[in-house]
Write a protein that binds this ligand. Structure first.
Ligand SMILES: Nc1ncnc2c1ncn2[C@@H]1O[C@H](COP(=O)(O)OP(=O)(O)OP(=O)(O)O)[C@@H](O)[C@H]1O
Length: 260
């Protein structure tokens, strides 16, 4: 598999105690879901993949290139769209100005930026609010503006931290369509919504306490479920089983599942 982004032996944290310790992950084209309880390290990992926080230890590669300096990080960022959990914006910008500004930050060629901005706004259904000030948007619309900013110009790596928080059911369905339409890109999305993973992700990792407890397909995660596991769907039961057991419960290597 061609890795668009990969980390090896990643150690990451904020103080003395690492939040992530010795994590290996390779993500290729397709949609990749990150599941895990609060505080597992999902946002910390996404921030690292986005080159926003240099690793404390270990290697980060984007499109095969080692990111180990501000210069290499800047090169990598041209190919990365990132929606952080709380993203900053100028409240007086219009939605169109905000998305176009993000296209400029990513160095989308000037001649393409206008059309790319309109395309991104259309993909999240905000074309009718393109002239509205950012400060006047509802929480869900703000999230959609952030998603538009992450996908504008078609980056090869799209990192979305809880992208569907605050979206109404119709917009969540639209979001799934959008992810499916990003064929060829590597899309990593962190979420607590197991059904979003089931609907769009080709692969999924379960993170707990800064470690990857499971990596495989959603079907393989569902197959980890033991009898009596809590949950309203097979995938939820598989997820809860992996969390409770510290890994998949039975010899999953035979099914090609990576468990650590
Ligand atoms: N800026 C920060 N400074 C200090 N500690 C932080 C900071 N950001 C996160 N942490 C700590 O790092 C750990 C992992 O947090 P992170 O936000 O990565 O988890 P998460 O899996 O995204 O959680 P959630 O599902 O609640 O969003 C937590 O213990 C958190 O308290």
């Amino acid at each position: 598999m061609r890795a668009v982004v990969e980390v090896s032996d990643l150690v990451q944290g904020y103080g003395r105690d690492p939040v992530i310790s010795g994590l290996d992950l390779r993500v290729g084209p397709g949609a990749f879901g990150l599941l895990g309880p609060n505080g597992a390290g999902k946002s910390t990992l996404l921030r690292t993949l986005a080159t926003a926080s240099p690793p404390v230890r270990g290697e980060l590669r984007v499109r095969g290139e080692l990111v180990d300096s501000e210069r290499s990080a800047r090169r990598a960022r041209r190919h990365i769209g990132y929606l952080p959990q709380d993203f900053g914006y100028f409240p007086h910008y219009t939605v169109r100005e905000f998305v176009r500004y993000c296209a400029w930050l990513r160095e989308v060629p000037r001649g393409e930026a206008g059309a790319a901005t309109e395309d991104a706004l259309g993909r999240v259904g905000l074309e009718g609010r393109a002239g509205s000030r950012m400060r006047t948007l509802s929480g869900g619309m703000l999230r959609r503006a952030g998603i538009a900013a992450a996908v504008v110009g078609g980056p090869e790596l799209v990192l979305l931290d809880e992208p569907t928080v605050g979206l109404d059911p119709a917009q969540r369905l639209e979001f799934r369509e959008l992810v499916r339409s990003l064929a060829g890109a590597a899309v990593v999305l962190s979420t607590h919504l197991v059904e979003d993973v089931a609907a769009v992700c080709d692969r999924v990792a379960v993170l707990a306490e800064g470690r990857v407890r499971f990596e495989g397909t959603p079907g393989e995660l569902a197959a980890c479920a033991v009898a009596g596991a809590p949950g309203d769907s097979a995938l939820e039961r598989g997820y809860m089983t992996v969390l409770a057991s510290g890994g998949a419960p039975e010899s999953p290597e035979s099914r090609g599942v990576r468990v650590r």
